[in-house]
Write a protein that binds this ligand. Structure first.
Ligand SMILES: [Zn+2]
Ligand SMILES: [Zn+2]
Length: 276
């Protein structure tokens, strides 16, 4: 199992030697979560369960009426993914200050019920929701790829977490969706291409200028990963897009390291205040 398969910045594992000198395999949180998820998924396939949104019983975690009602495709700015009411190649903001990413694919707006489900998934480690949430993004990506003439990107990269955040949460939510979407789209995903070198845990206390300076230093491409990136078209996967500052810095780091173009694949995007 290479570093790519373990999710953004895997936790270091120490060899533990038992009292009789035998090697004891340490159990990482990733493995515990993976096992729990696999069991939950098998159980979900075998028995009926409740829709996560309306709690009606059925065979899917998201029932068809809820999918149609809350996850219907919306007309968006192709560049930044903002819901614009009509399909636009670039909204006013993108014309004035084009973002480094060429395109943004968004599955849903960050509002009810997704804000609650995403909160549970990320902050209460409900990783059994990963597959359902990844399916939403995969569906949006497939729809977008079918619409345009360009072939799909050649590499999928998740926005990484800072190591201490990863240790605290036990999983990188962007990798959880990136690797599943990659499987559905047929494009390889690698978590080790982009690294977060500086914690942004206390961003909220910083001024806007400090925050941007902090973010600028936050992403780096390790020398060993540059070959994988060179001249490739890359899809950068994030769970929630709010101001776009994090995604912008991550995209710029990929472009600086040699990516030919970057597009964003985002599970949920906060709508413009007027449209909220
Ligand atoms: Zn439902
Ligand atoms: Zn835009």
């Amino acid at each position: 199992m290479g570093p790519c398969r373990r999710g953004g910045g895997a936790l270091r594992q120490r060899r533990i030697v038992g009292h009789a000198g035998q090697y004891i395999e340490p159990v990482s949180p990733h493995r515990v979560i993976a096992a729990r998820t696999a069991i939950a998924q098998r159980a979900a396939q075998a028995v009926p369960g409740q829709c996560e949104v309306c709690h009606r019983w059925g065979w899917a975690r998201l029932c068809t009426p809820c999918r149609l009602r809350f996850a219907a495709a919306r007309a968006r700015c192709a560049r930044c993914g903002l819901a614009t009411g009509t399909h636009l190649a670039a909204c006013g903001a993108c014309l004035l200050a084009p973002p480094p990413s060429q395109r943004t694919v968004v599955a849903v707006d960050y509002g009810f019920p997704w804000n609650q489900l995403i909160g549970r998934w990320k902050f209460a480690a409900h990783t059994e929701l990963s597959a359902m949430l990844a399916d939403l993004l995969a569906e949006a990506v497939r729809h977008d790829l079918a619409l345009r003439d360009l072939p799909p990107p050649e590499l999928i990269v998740p926005v990484p977490l800072a190591p201490e955040r990863l240790a605290e949460r036990g999983f990188n939510q962007s990798w959880e969706i990136a690797r599943r979407v990659a499987r559905q789209v047929g494009t390889p995903a690698h978590a080790g291409v982009l690294e977060r070198v500086l914690s942004t845990a206390h961003q909220i206390r910083l001024t806007r200028a400090e925050r941007e300076r902090n973010l600028r230093a936050a992403f780096t491409v390790p020398a060993a990963a540059r070959g994988r990136l060179a001249a490739r078209r890359v899809a950068l996967v994030d769970d929630v897009l709010t101001t776009g500052a994090t995604a912008r810095e991550a995209a710029q780091a990929l472009l600086r390291a040699g990516a030919a173009a970057v597009e964003l694949w985002v599970l949920a995007r906060t709508p413009a205040p007027a449209a909220a």
